[in-house]
Design a protein around this ligand. Sequence first.
Ligand code: SF4
Ligand code: SF4
Length: 97
Amino acid sequence: MSNSGCIKCDQCLPCAADIHISKVITFIDELKKIDINDKSQIDKILSDSELSKEMKNAENCRRCYKCNRLCPNKIDVPLEITFNLSAYKKFIKENRP
Ligand code: SF4
Ligand code: SF4
């Protein structure tokens, strides 16, 4: 299970803002799996255009809380989006060439 508790079941979809919720809120977990001394792993995240697109779209969360009501694990999705977006931006800022 992820840090957020997300099991990627996607029962929270569709999102009102078309956010791929499970992908966004498991970014921190994915980051924990990589070797920060391995440049190729860092570069893979930096060049992941799909991830970049999803993270950018996550800024559009309307905080309608529809997802929270549907999540079997009672995850506070908008809060997790905020955490993961912040981690993503920090990662990009620190690693962008
Ligand atoms: S709270 Fe945000 S992530 Fe959840 S359904 Fe609404 S717009 Fe989508
Ligand atoms: S419903 Fe909950 S556990 Fe399932 S993908 Fe959405 S946030 Fe993750």
